[in-house]
Design a protein around this ligand. Sequence first.
Ligand code: URA
Ligand code: URA
Length: 244
Amino acid sequence: MSGGRESGQLNLIPGREPVPGSEISTPPWYGRPPRPDVDPAGIPDSMTCAIPDDTAARTDLVTRFGFEISSCLKCSLGETRTNFVFGTGNRNAAVMFVGEAPGRDEDLQGEPFVGRAGGLLNQIIEAIGFTREEVYIGNILKCRPPGNRDPQPDEVAACEPHLHRQIELIQPVVICALGRIAAQTLLKTTASLGKLRERTHLYQDRPLVVTYHPAALLRNPNWKRPTWEDMKLLKKIHDERVTR
Ligand code: URA
Ligand code: URA
């Protein structure tokens, strides 16, 4: 079983991603060269080039996009971050998890979900037969809010276009929103987590399911059982759409 996916035919190919940033090249369909020292003021809200129907090319675009926005200063969190936390995993993943924002460990390491909540997320991912490497993991915000406070509306407004583009490029078959903030942001709702769970929503025409945030599960282990129900729904949606 694999969370990977071959372009077009949804055919599974287990495999590892190259190290992010190690394989940047300029595909012919891409009009601009990489911009490592891009002027932050000139960072696009989202890139608008066509999305190629080719796995390797799309993977390359995700890497390039992360590179392009990594010096973002569209909100004040850009000034306090240690690292920009773009996302991790298979850039051609069928399953994408979206959390809230980097915490301390993530800010220090530049990778989402590497702290205690991340350890639990890895277990959740493995419980439905995937590995961390074959899914994709990102956040609503790419930079850590000081003291891990909730993301502010202006920060979400500045950062969400990045995630939107990231999802557009990765083209996951199913998305899992982790926790209330991710769910409410992606679904543009103020409904409670309880109301949003146990249903299949759509985000940009892609199925999206909602579950508890792993950090919440650490505080309240009683929510692990309902989380398992959510993960079974996620797996079912995946298996209906991705054939081996
Ligand atoms: N599956 C794919 O289709 N592509 C990858 O790069 C990895 C897994
Ligand atoms: N919590 C999140 O929402 N995201 C992370 O990356 C880490 C903790």
